[in-house]
Design a protein around this ligand. Structure first.
Ligand code: NAI
Length: 371
């Protein structure tokens, strides 16, 4: 394996505790701090790693469909067999339309050596117990696209199987488009359990075949991947959304046209360029190109907001994630029929004309189209 290291530390991959009787897979307290620094690219994967393997994609949704299509385009049909496992619903129908053989989840798992579990995170525990675990063959591999279930002890794989993490940092549809344009997309990868002795070979073979290694993959265990993912979406993500809604309301109340507000915040693409310059120039250096007024104003207001102690709130959020409190809360939300999630969905999928922000966006789009 020729993986580059992000720094000079070259510790071997540490042994992974088994789920049965031991700590939850990926438990982090006892893991070396330097784990999660290796960076893998296309040269680290054997293009024949999956030859002779039967692969099942369980779930044909936002990520399942792009991954299944990418795998089919990458793998030789003579060398690997690819099936989709799904409950009978519209996703199964789409998989058939796309030309896949669709089996029940149990049948697909039973007939596979490598099983990609691409179901909603909070659904996985019950499907795993009912349909996946009883059908797995010894020596098979299960692959997750998120560390959530492994991190918070929601499933307990037996020691006789490989447990792999392949967690993309790209929305499913973009993963397909970037694959088609040979651009790839980043992901975190880890071997959580190597029962077959070929877990890394399988994992990197899959990462190459779905298009990840064209961009690259960083090694990060499931626990840290899940903590990181939830932490950023529940702190930075939540505050970006709250800032946009608050600035819109305050600005419009003070007489700034709603169209100008959304143009300023994101419709003009200026903010996209700001994030792009974080990536290309660096977070601090990027601020210097906005001129002294923006730099001075941003600096003094940041100082003014510091007493809000966001750090304290962020630490509290992270603690609730790390102790598994958030995962328990989300599983309870599912059991209760998703009352909060339904409210969030109503907000995000409602008629744009029913929201002042939506109306302002529509009117800017109309303006831009007619220009
Ligand atoms: P999704 O919500 O699109 O999943 C839909 C699929 O789940 C369908 O095949 C449907 O038949 C099946 N399904 C739903 N409820 C079911 C149930 N009760 N029993 C059996 N099957 C059921 O899920 P998505 O977003 O594709 O996520 C899959 C995994 O990929 C998750 O672990 C997620 O964290 C991860 N992921 C998703 C990304 C995305 O772009 N959506 C990006 C990166 C990771």
């Amino acid at each position: 394996m020729t993986a580059n290291h992000v720094d000079n530390q070259t510790d071997p991959v540490p042994p992974v505790p088994h789920a049965s009787g031991g700590p939850a897979l990926g438990g982090h307290a006892d893991w070396p701090a330097n784990r999660g620094r290796r960076f893998f690219t296309a040269q680290d994967a054997d293009p024949h790693a999956l030859d002779g393997e039967r692969i099942a994609v369980i779930g044909y949704g936002h990520l399942g469909r792009p991954f299944a299509l990418n795998l089919r385009d990458s793998l030789s049909p003579r060398a690997s067999v690819l099936t989709v496992g799904n409950v009978p619903d519209e996703y199964a129908g789409q998989a058939r339309v796309d030309g896949f053989t669709v089996l029940s989840i149990g049948q697909a798992v039973a007939s596979a050596d490598v099983v990609l579990i691409l179901l909603p995170d909070e659904v996985i525990p019950e499907v795993f117990v009912a349909d996946i675990a009883p059908s797995l063959s010894p020596g098979a591999a299960i692959v997750f696209a998120s560390g959530y279930n492994l991190a918070y002890g929601l499933i307990a794989p037996v020691p006789e199987i490989d447990v792999l993490l392949l967690a993309p940092r790209m929305a499913g549809e973009n993963a397909r488009q970037r694959f088609l344009h040979s651009e790839g997309f980043f992901a975190y990868v880890s071997v959580e359990q190597d029962a077959s002795g070929k877990a890394w070979r399988r994992l990197l073979g899959l990462a190459g075949a779905v298009g990840i290694l064209q961009a690259g993959a960083i090694e990060l265990d499931a626990r840290r991947e899940a903590d990181l993912d939830l932490f950023i979406e529940q702190t930075m993500g939540a505050l970006v959304g709250l800032s946009i809604m608050t600035a819109f309301t305050v600005g419009v109340d003070a007489g700034i046209p709603p169209e100008a507000m959304v143009m300023e915040m994101y419709m003009s693409q200026e903010m996209e360029m700001v994030f792009r310059s974080f990536r290309e120039e660096g977070f601090y250096r990027a601020s210097s190109v906005h001129g002294p007024t923006a730099l001075y104003g941003g600096f003094v207001r940041t100082m003014q907001f510091l007493p809000l102690d966001l750090g304290g709130l962020f630490r509290q959020v992270l603690a609730e994630i790390q102790t598994g409190q958030f995962a328990r809360q989300f599983q309870a939300e599912r059991k209760a029929g998703y009352p909060m999630l339904r409210q969030a969905e109503a907000l995000s999928s409602g008629d744009p004309a029913s929201q002042p922000i939506g109306r302002a966006e529509t009117s800017v789009r109309t303006m831009l189209k007619s220009s």
